[in-house]
Design a protein around this ligand. Structure first.
Ligand SMILES: [Cu+2]
Length: 326
């Protein structure tokens, strides 16, 4: 029925609601369509009666109108009927509202944080009594056919989390948690909008909900948890190296712009000024923080100081990685 009405609405008014992709989305559409149909009937009825009166009581046919101070029957009818309609709409709406806000017991929880201007989604779980988590910006993965509850807040001003295809929308408020629940039923990407004017880049505060199969979601989440919670210093060092240093330092012995790292640890280094030093933790740390102080013989002073950009933990990880390059 509602699809039929939707079809009619599309046909006559070009009103196209976005794809429905959540369990309770039809409740909102039903209400929307009911209000639309009532409005159309009301509009046609009103205009019809008006046109009829214009013709029937035209001045040419009846110069002087009858004096009617009021008509209790007509007034009662036009008060009671609209009242019943409006109360019915609000009661209908209220029950749907309650229904859409029931959070299922087994709902999968994700924390949402709105900020100027974007969204952060935090996934967390308990593992060996500890809470492990990871953050994602803009892209929210969800398992299909699984009840979801979002625990939402904001770091700065009011925002409003809105997924048109799920027919859900709720404000995110600084210093307070608000909740939103739904069950995605369709695979695919759906838009997230902020619907609270929140500053100059409000219109660009968007995101994507990506609904995937339960298996794919599990794989994705496992990988993200692992990725975000690596504790092995060598692995962390390797990542830092790959990101920041590999363009100038090879992991082998060959020269790129800087010397290769292979065999560096424990070797005696000779500098352009004729001095020398054994490459221990302290030396490597200083080479990273203040590369200009000692220039390795045969090289130019081309490395930028990393002091302030990498911290002592990062440097420890880098050293742990360099030590493995024997
Ligand atoms: Cu916003």
């Amino acid at each position: 029925m509602s699809d039929f009405l939707q079809g009619l609405a599309d046909l006559f008014f070009g009103i196209s609601l976005p794809t429905k992709a959540a369990e309770n989305a039809h409740l909102v559409d039903n209400l929307f369509n009911a209000v639309l149909v009532i409005s159309i009937i009301g509009f046609i009825g009103l205009m019809g009666v008006m046109t009829f009166f214009i013709v029937k009581y035209h001045r040419t046919q009846n110069e002087k109108s009858e004096y009617i101070p009021h008509n209790a029957t007509a007034e009662t009818i036009w008060t009671v009927i609209p009242m019943i309609i409006f109360v019915a709409i609000s009661v209908f709406g209220l029950f749907e509202y309650f229904k859409m806000n029931e959070v299922p017991k087994n709902a999968y929880k994700i924390n949402v944080t709105g900020f100027q201007w974007g969204w952060t989604f935090t996934y967390s779980k308990k593992e060996d009594g500890k809470i492990v988590s990871f953050d994602k910006n803009e892209l929210m993965y969800l398992p299909v056919d699984t009840p979801i509850v979002l625990e939402m807040t904001s770091t700065d001003v009011l925002h409003s989390f809105y997924v048109p295809s799920f027919r859900v929308k709720r404000d995110t408020v600084p210093g307070m948690n608000s909740y939103l629940t739904f069950t995605p039923t369709k695979l695919g990407d759906f838009n997230i909008f902020c619907t609270e004017f929140c500053g100059t880049s409000h219109s660009r505060m968007r995101g994507i909900v990506r609904v995937v199969s339960k298996e794919r979601f599990q794989k994705w989440a496992d990988r993200e948890y692992k990725e975000a919670n690596i504790t092995d210093p060598v692995e962390l060092g390797y990542r830092l190296y790959n990101k920041n240093c590999a363009s100038c330092h090879s992991a082998g012995a060959n020269k790129i712009i800087g010397p290769g790292f292979q065999g560096l640890y424990g070797k005696t280094r000779e500098f352009a000024d004729g001095q020398s030093e054994v490459a221990n933790d302290e030396y490597i740390k200083n080479s990273i923080y203040y590369p200009g102080r000692q220039i390795v013989k045969g090289y130019e002073n081309k490395m930028n100081p990393w002091v302030g950009q990498l911290n002592d933990k990062d440097v420890e990880h880098l050293i742990a990685f360099i030590k493995t390059l024997k």
